[in-house]
Design a protein around this ligand. Sequence first.
Ligand code: SF4
Length: 502
Amino acid sequence: MSREVANEKELIGTGLRKRTEEALADDFLRKAVAFTTDKLKIGKKMATDDFGHWEDWRERGRQIRKHVVDNLDYYLTQFTDNVANAGGHVHFCQTADEAVKTFMSIAEVRGAKLVAKGKSMVSEEIHLNHHLEERGIEAIETDLGEYILQLAKETPSHLIIPAIHKNKQQIADLFSVEAGESFVPETKVLAEFAKQRLRDYFLQADIGLTGCNFGVAETGAITLVSNEGNGRMVSTIPKCHVVIMGMERLVPTYDDLEVVLNLLARSATGQKLTTYTSMITGPRREGELDGPEELHLIILDNGRSAQLGDPIFQEVLHCIRCAACLNVCPVYRHVGGHTYGSVYSGPIGAVLTPLLQQDMKEAGQLSYASSLCGACYEACPVKIPLHDMLVQLRARKVRLGMTPLAERVAFKTFQTTFGNVKLYRMATKSAYYLMKPFVSNGVIKKAPGPAAGWTKSRHLPMKPKQSFRERWDELQQELKREGGGQAGALSNGARERGQHHD
Ligand code: SF4
């Protein structure tokens, strides 16, 4: 039951515009995404108001994440030493390929045929399901949203609500096909089916695979949060538990964990804490009733260390994957997650994807999937300035000469015109006459040439024949004629303030 593996670079580079147009034309998708993200936003507001001093908590969260990332080598050593001391096996992997190979070698030694997966965006990042299927190993997603998408052969469209774009009827249809019987689109019925079906997989799985929300350096504890309890099942029932995590997902101490868990739950779902918070330190010990015989920890770099020491982009490693930036983003809200064509969507995806893939040409195009309104920064519980980073990514594309020729010519012309007052006046004057043939009822409904895209979804107002400066001068003359010294005063005052209106 593999999901379609996206050739991300190809999708992002060549398909972004097409996918955007398709998403914008999909009323169902837009309503579904808007409905759920609105609910999440309201939930977050209530949970953060209830907490009190939210800005102070955000700042505390930022400092914790900054401290960890600034000292990542130290905390990684401390964390992995503690995991090893508790009996876990630690594997550092530089690339996605290495991580896949490492997982496969563990699976081979154990003769694994079935892997039960908890929610893990890092496993999506390395397309693990696809590789498992190629090797004849069945991988079953046990997070409900991920399970739905696995049946639909789709990838997640939201960081924490992967099936945000699906409604109950669609889910009932998928479950009906899977079960060979017909289900009504009721939450209780659908959840019951998933529960029964997944229970078998928990019991039969040779390996349980999870992500790691936070590793606690002082003890080596692997922290998992979930609302369905599947993380706990996957990490305790199978004889082998494999954890795969991004190298930056650490906190120094349990005190710090308390802060980031509060920030995560309140920002992600508006909960005070997620329903299940599991802390796993090593495999099962003597005398313990549950837990795996073997625990493996795969720590993935895959482009992350390239951001360390970068004064502009290092902060992207502070992310705690709460998805609050997706929920407030006006672009995400209109196009949903699949439009981005990458595992990570929304504002964080638009920054993270080009950096992880170290690909400005194709993945770098995502930096334009933003209005730069800054809502993502306001929502982010660890204050990552995503909107600034998006501007910086665009600037990087320009410096690398990767923008289209027409865009470069347009901006050069803009720069020359706006840097020269005579040229500027000439341009604004001639704009009126250039626009005139296309105007009807005071607006241009269909602009010619490259401007056509702009008028596809809105009308372009006609430039007034008289500029503000001309009107200003005219008013002065009128006031003078009416005999007022007021006109001179008005004019001088404006000039002294250096105002130049055209
Ligand atoms: S960038 Fe901030 S808001 Fe977005 S997912 Fe990461 S932590 Fe959450």
